[in-house]
Design a protein around this ligand. Sequence first.
Ligand code: 5GP
Length: 190
Amino acid sequence: MKELKEAILTRGKAVNQDVLLVDSFLNHQVDPTLMHDIGESFAAHFKPLGIDRVLTIESSGIAPAAFTAYTLGVPLVIMKKQMSRIMTGDLLQTTVRSFTKGTEYQLTVKRDFLPEKEQILFIDDFLASGEAAFGAIKLVEEAHSTLAGIGIVIEKSFQSGRKRLDDLHIPVLSLARIISMGPEGIEFLE
Ligand code: 5GP
């Protein structure tokens, strides 16, 4: 997606060869026009799969996922990283390793918000090792629904996540695929 690649090149910053900072338009300050266009791209691509619900992880996935869900006209469900006293009842939970923090955390969703026999679209800001996506896959399996597709805003194609997901034969759309990054610049896979 041209506008996204331009934003990465002009407003993103490779902290090192592994981590890209995109807090000026994606996950701290949010560019709503770009998120709208991202939502339209995901919605147009995945609509033929009959998506019933969009699933994401708090907090960085919420902006692109919300625009996608709005365009598809379906609910958005946010997997919570923090439990709270008011999260009670029948809960679905799985453990995920954080790529950026190197720690483990629990993902939690109320079973009521992931009913059985639905087609679920998972949207996230980044694909690195694929741990977050595998967390979504596990929760959707536990809910007895189908993970019909995965939409990623920025894929770091040089890390293991894409290969791990391709092995499962789940349709993946990444709007920008980075093949390398560092002080000398950012290169995309076309
Ligand atoms: P994975 O689970 O695929 O290893 O990593 C995906 C998650 O880690 C995303 O939800 C994202 O929040 C975070 N992440 C992974 N790589 C990056 C990165 O280069 N920059 C930022 N800002 N977040 C990342």
